[in-house]
Design a protein around this ligand. Structure first.
Ligand SMILES: [Zn+2]
Length: 228
């Protein structure tokens, strides 16, 4: 997308694979040709992190404002923390709602994006979640994270063993549960995404096949730049 068109960023939780480029994305958009505000939502400590990024980037930002006549960066970034379920942003085109999901010990949210003609839900990282099913009820597309439990043992062996295994099981959703979740929510399409472990090198069928046994809608495997 054209970075000047950026209007909303939703952070699901603050593991680095979900937020690492937040400041850089906004800064890059501002350095490009951003002239309209961007709304940023996410769990705490989002406000503290954004203020820290404004300090981090100030040497560059203040120089560019003086030398290139750019508008104030801070004035174009409207950040607010999400503390509970509900609508987090709404304009003439979209309504974005959040639900608290299960990704201990993180504060974590899923988002639903409703437009005039389609609705999308992004689970973020979560164990099976009734709140997510409620949020996703009747949506056209559910993008849901997935873990392939037989494949995590190599990662577990390289780390602190039992603790990592417990974390992965408690905070992610097995591929065997995805079909039940999509059926319970009544969505049209399930997109299996955020594959754990990322280096499993499994055939596509191992990620999407189990869901097809308990969900009659369309099941797709996410990959970078896929358009749905
Ligand atoms: Zn996570």
């Amino acid at each position: 997308m054209d970075l000047a068109d950026l209007t909303f960023v939703g952070i699901t939780h603050h593991h680095s694979d979900h937020n690492a480029d937040l400041g850089t994305l906004l800064h890059l958009a501002w350095c490009d040709s951003l002239r309209t505000p961007v709304e940023v939502r996410g769990p705490r400590p989002l406000d503290e992190m954004m203020e820290a990024f404004f300090r981090f980037s100030d040497a560059d930002v203040s120089t560019r404002i003086a030398d290139e006549g750019r508008p104030p960066f801070r004035g174009l970034v409207r950040h607010a923390e999400v503390h509970q379920a509900g609508v987090v942003f709404e304009d003439d085109l979209v309504r974005i709602s959040a639900a608290r999901v299960e990704h201990p010990p993180m504060d974590a949210f899923a988002y639903r994006i409703d437009t005039a003609d389609r609705s999308f839900v992004i689970s973020g990282d979560t164990a099976p979640s009734e709140a997510l099913i409620d949020l996703a009820r009747g949506a056209d597309v559910l993008v849901h994270e997935a873990i392939h439990l037989p494949s995590i043992e190599a990662s577990v062996a390289r780390s602190n063993g039992t603790r990592l295994r417990e974390h992965l099981i408690d905070s992610h959703t097995s591929v065997d549960d995805l079909g039940r979740i999509a059926t319970a929510a009544g969505v049209g399409t399930l997109v299996v995404s955020h594959l754990v472990p990322a280096d499993a090198a499994l055939p596509d069928e191992d990620w999407i096949g189990p869901a097809r046994r308990t969900f009659s809608g369309e099941v797709l495997l996410a990959h970078d730049f896929r358009v749905i």
